[in-house]
Design a binder for this molecule. Structure first.
Ligand SMILES: Nc1ncnc2c1ncn2[C@@H]1O[C@H](COP(=O)(O)OP(=O)(O)OP(=O)(O)O)[C@@H](O)[C@H]1O
Length: 500
């Protein structure tokens, strides 16, 4: 209740869902009950700190994990993971998923989206007494989770395994670059939650090793990436696979920190018409715990500036993003020659080498990781204090994901980006918007570039349309920002990056 601040959340009773929109510095909020759950757009405050400072009636859902009604083993595993209280996207996302609603959730990088979908799925499977996995020539998983890269899907699988520990739910992972025979044997041992990259997933389904008749949950992590031009055909194939329940008969969940408008519109094809759009903060906004610095450089001084920067940061764990696989190798070799312990990850490296690179970086053996966009999304590596955009990406969303490898889950991080006016001007205006949206200082020179001839359209021809809201027609919570020009779907995968 807005006036009394009373909260309600009960099984079988009404679920009060509070809506909170920041518009022109005013807070607008309303509450809905489950009985009148016609609402479709749902926004909550962005950062951890400001969230905690928001009016108490807005912080009403799931104050603690105890309120989530998790079964004992799941609750224990959450505690063992060191989670004391749910993050904003968990506080709001878990009850929405538990209420059986389709969801398109947008929350900043590092805000705990993975547990926001894993926990309610695991809880439901256990509450319904899912059959313990056992060997069978065809496995019938209850949930499928897809993500764009091998390393990310493996990370999600490890999270699922951690939360499912000691329960009868068995997660399995399938992705390219590892032996298919081994993967199939793992699947056939039993599989309740199948995590996969699209290609390998479709392959295994196509071989008849996985049936879809029991499928209840379909989760697209990094959903905007999963639905852009690179993966859309695979996603359509997946939902069109023989036996796949129709969208009315399954629960579809989408999570990302960014949702370009064109992708949001297409995502609706995969979701029930009354799906809930949950936005924690500004859609596509950068994590405000990352201090962002943009430095104007010229092509020829970049390498020396990188060196200088890395020397000043000492042994801080740093990810250096570049645009091409060739420059990843080149920069990594250059840094090694300069006695900076560096490794690299990109799509041309063997899977074994990719895993070794990540593990050397995680353990701190190589405190610098040079990476292409293959490492931009989702990877959760502890103590990454610093991200450097040696080359700026072509899309603003990619920028948001890259810098989100630091400043995760309430920690502070730093991101430095080298801006070359000759090539990066098309990104300038979106950069200004993201910087100011995250309360960062915007350099005067960048503003000038952004609003000079090139920057005035608001449309970055190399990148995607920046969406700030739920795009649904009649969605009542559009911000007052000027509408962005609608753009044709841009080319997606980085120039020479291979996505699995
Ligand atoms: N409630 C919580 N309490 C403490 N730590 C948490 C909680 N929820 C998640 N975390 C931790 O926060 C980190 C980030 O979580 P996660 O990887 O799910 O973020 P994300 O929102 O999916 O980020 P990205 O957009 O980059 O994919 C992880 O290390 C995770 O274990």
């Amino acid at each position: 209740d807005e006036e009394t601040g009373k909260r309600g959340f009960g099984r079988g009773g009404d679920i009060f869902i509070f809506m909170y929109i920041e518009r022109k510095n005013k807070f607008v909020y309303c509450a809905y009950t489950q009985a009148h759950i016609s609402m479709s757009c749902f926004c909550v405050h962005s950062t951890f700190k400001s969230y905690e400072n928001s009016p108490s009636c807005l912080r009403s859902l799931l104050q603690t994990f105890d309120e989530a009604g998790l079964c004992d083993s799941l609750r224990k595993n959450v505690t063992k993971s060191g989670y004391v209280k749910p993050t904003p996207v968990q506080k709001h996302g878990i009850p929405i998923i538990s209420a059986g609603r389709d969801l398109m959730a947008c929350a900043q990088t590092g805000s705990g989206k993975t547990a926001a979908f894993l926990l309610p799925i695991l809880q439901r499977l256990m509450a319904d007494g899912v059959a313990a996995s056992k060997f069978s020539e065809v496995q019938e998983p209850e949930a499928i989770i897809v993500a764009p890269t091998r390393e990310l899907i493996n990370q999600i699988y490890l999270e699922a395994r951690k939360f499912a520990y000691g329960t009868c739910v068995r997660p399995v992972v399938v992705y390219g670059g590892i032996n298919t025979g081994y993967t199939i044997r793992e699947v056939l041992k039993g599989c309740n939650i199948l995590c996969g990259t699209p290609g390998r997933l479709l392959d295994i389904i196509g071989r008849g090793k996985v049936g879809l008749s029991k499928l209840r949950y379909l989760v697209l992590d990094e959903a905007d990436r999963m639905l852009d031009m690179g993966f859309e055909p695979d996603m359509r194939k997946l939902v069109g696979s023989p036996g796949m329940p129709s969208k009315e008969d399954r629960q579809t969940l989408m999570f990302s920190a960014t949702y370009p408008e064109d992708i949001q519109r297409m995502a609706a094809d995969f979701l029930k018409v009354d799906y809930i759009f949950l936005a924690v903060g500004v859609v596509g906004g950068a994590c405000s715990d990352v201090e962002q610095t943009i430095i104007q450089v010229d092509q020829y001084s970049k390498r020396d500036q990188l060196l200088e920067l890395l020397r000043s940061t000492g042994n801080e764990r740093t990810m250096v993003f570049v645009e091409t696989k060739r420059s990843a190798d080149f920069i990594a070799t250059f840094l090694c020659q300069e006695k900076i312990s560096t490794t690299s990850i990109h799509g041309d490296r063997e899977q074994r080498e990719r895993e070794k690179a990540l593990s050397d970086f995680r353990t701190g053996q190589c405190p610098v990781l040079v990476a292409t966009s293959v490492a931009a999304r989702g990877l959760d590596i502890e103590q990454v204090q610093h991200v450097v955009n040696f080359d700026l990406p072509s899309s603003i969303d990619e920028y948001v994901h890259r810098i989100g490898r630091t400043g995760r889950c309430g920690n502070i991080g730093r991101a430095v980006s080298f801006f070359i006016p000759e090539s990066d001007t098309p990104l300038a205006r979106s950069l200004v918007k993201v910087l100011s949206g995250a309360q960062q200082e915007v350099p005067k020179w960048l503003e000038e570039i952004a609003f000079s001839a090139h920057g005035t359209t608001g449309f970055n021809p190399r990148g995607k349309v920046f969406a700030s809201t739920d795009t649904r027609k009649g969605g009542s919570f559009k911000t007052d920002e000027p509408a962005q020009a609608s753009a044709p779907s841009p080319a997606v995968a980085a120039d020479d990056e291979e996505w699995e």
